[in-house]
Design a binder for this molecule. Structure first.
Ligand code: HEM
Length: 212
C-alpha cells in the first residue's frame, strides 16, 4: 500500500485516539465533576440549546416547539449526558459511531452547519458556567471545563465531517442528474429537429413539383 494512503476509516481511527487521549488525561476528580454537572443540568443545557435555536429564523422552519417537546429535548439531554459522562474506553467506538449517524442524519436534512456549530457553542458555554458554579475556579474545574469543551468539539467534528460527506454525495447525485437531464434534452432536441428537417425537405419537394 502507498505509505501516504490512509485507511478508509482514518478519521474514525484518529478521533478514537483523540477521544481516548482526552479521557486518560483528565483526572478522576475532574471526570466526577463533569458527570455530576451533566446529570444535574442536562435538562437545562438542552433547553438553552433549543431556546437559542428557536430564536434563529433559519432554524424555526426546521424544528418546532412541538418536535422539541415530543422528542428532541429528551434526545438532546441524553446526548449531553452521554458525551460528558462516558469514561469507559471500550465505549468510545459506540460514541464515535453515534456521531457519524448524527452527521448523516443532519446532513441529509440539510441542516445548516453554522446552526450545529452555534448549538454546540451554547452547550459548551453553559457547561463551563455550570462547572465554575460548583466551586472556586481552580485547576480542577479548569481541567473539567477543558475536557468538556474538547469532548463536545470532537463530537461536532465527527458530525460535521460526515455532514460534508453527505453533501458531497448529494452534489454528486445532483451532478449525475444534471448530466442525465442534459443528455436527455440533447436527444429530445435532436429528435424533433431531425423530423422537422425531413418534413421541411418533403414539403419543399412537394413545392418543387418533384414529389408525386
Ligand atoms: C450540536 C448540535 C446538535 C446535536 C448534538 C444534535 C443532536 C441530535 C440528536 C441526538 C437527535 C436524535 C437522533 C435520533 O433520533 O437518534 C437529533 C435529531 C434532530 N435534530 Fe439535531 N442536533 C444538533 C443540531 C441540530 C440543529 C442545529 C437542528 C436544526 C436547526 C437540528 C434538528 C434536528 C431534527 C429535525 C431532528 C429530528 C430528526 C428526526 O427525528 O427525523 N439539530 N439531533
Amino acid at each position: 500500500m502507498d505509505k501516504h494512503a490512509q485507511p478508509p476509516n482514518a478519521q474514525s481511527v484518529s478521533v478514537h485516539a483523540q477521544w481516548l487521549d482526552l479521557m486518560t488525561q483528565t483526572s478522576s476528580e475532574a471526570k466526577a465533576i463533569l458527570s455530576t454537572v451533566a446529570t444535574r443540568n442536562a435538562k437545562r443545557f438542552a433547553e438553552i440549546f433549543f431556546e437559542t435555536l428557536l430564536s434563529d429564523p433559519k432554524a424555526r422552519g426546521v424544528i418546532t416547539q412541538e418536535m422539541i417537546d415530543q422528542r428532541l429535548q429528551a434526545t438532546m439531554e441524553s446526548w449531553i449526558l452521554r458525551i460528558l459522562s462516558t469514561w469507559d474506553p471500550s465505549k468510545i467506538e459506540d460514541l464515535v459511531a453515534q456521531q457519524h449517524q448524527l452527521g448523516v442524519m443532519h446532513g441529509r436534512m440539510a441542516i445548516r452547519i453554522e446552526l450545529v456549530l452555534q448549538g454546540a457553542r451554547m452547550i459548551k458555554r453553559s457547561v463551563s458556567q455550570a462547572i465554575m458554579n460548583t466551586g472556586p475556579a481552580d485547576l480542577l474545574r479548569i481541567d473539567a471545563a477543558a475536557t468538556a469543551t474538547g469532548l463536545i468539539d470532537l463530537a461536532v467534528e465527527i458530525i460535521s465531517t460526515q455532514y460534508a460527506n453527505e453533501q458531497d454525495q448529494a452534489n454528486k447525485t445532483e451532478e449525475s442528474y444534471r448530466t442525465f437531464a442534459s443528455t436527455m434534452n440533447a436527444t429530445l432536441e435532436r429528435a424533433p429537429a431531425f423530423s422537422f428537417v425531413r418534413m421541411g425537405k418533403s414539403i419543399s419537394q412537394k413545392h418543387d413539383g418533384r414529389s408525386p
